[in-house]
Design a protein around this ligand. Structure first.
Ligand code: FE
Length: 160
């Protein structure tokens, strides 16, 4: 009986930890978080940026300005200016949202489990201001196999 219980416990632990949430960017390098009040965010951001970044909204597909952005440069967080994605990792996913196969730096993103709408997804937020950016899926291209599906409204592009 004792052996059975330990086996069951081991099985449960494995089941829980293999839930797909192990992939985390390293955030130990983040020195300063950007923390603002809701009123401050509202005053600084456009209504669309506020809806996506602070209320976890989603823009309609094919409506974001940066979906078709093809120049070389960096995509920054529209809330705090944190570098998020490099243009060389952007690809056409056909989803209608800007898509990337990896993030720019170890202090770009944080992954969170998202169980909304009866789905298990991984939400990605800016590691500095914790603004909502989008989700990451495991159906992306090589070399990572990941698809970061990001709201255009959550980013600012600067050509380099
Ligand atoms: Fe940010």
């Amino acid at each position: 009986m004792k052996i059975f219980i330990s086996a069951l416990a081991a099985l449960l632990i494995t089941a829980c930890t293999s839930h797909g949430q192990e992939r985390k960017t390293n955030t130990s390098g983040i020195k300063e978080k950007v923390i603002k009040t809701d009123a401050e965010w509202k005053a600084e951001l456009t209504p669309m940026q506020y809806n996506v970044l602070r209320e976890k909204g989603t823009e309609r597909p094919w409506t974001g300005e940066l979906n078709k952005e093809k120049r070389e440069g960096m995509f920054y967080c529209a809330g705090c200016g944190n570098p998020l994605f490099e243009s060389k990792t952007k690809f056409e996913s056909g989803s209608g949202w800007p898509s990337f196969y990896t993030y720019a730096t170890d202090t770009s993103l944080l992954d969170l489990a998202d169980y909304k709408y009866g789905m298990v997804r991984t939400e990605v937020i800016c590691a500095k201001c914790e603004g909502h950016l989008g989700h990451v899926f495991e159906d992306g291209p090589k070399p990572t196999g990941l698809r970061y599906c990001i709201n255009s409204a959550s980013m600012i592009f600067k050509e380099e």
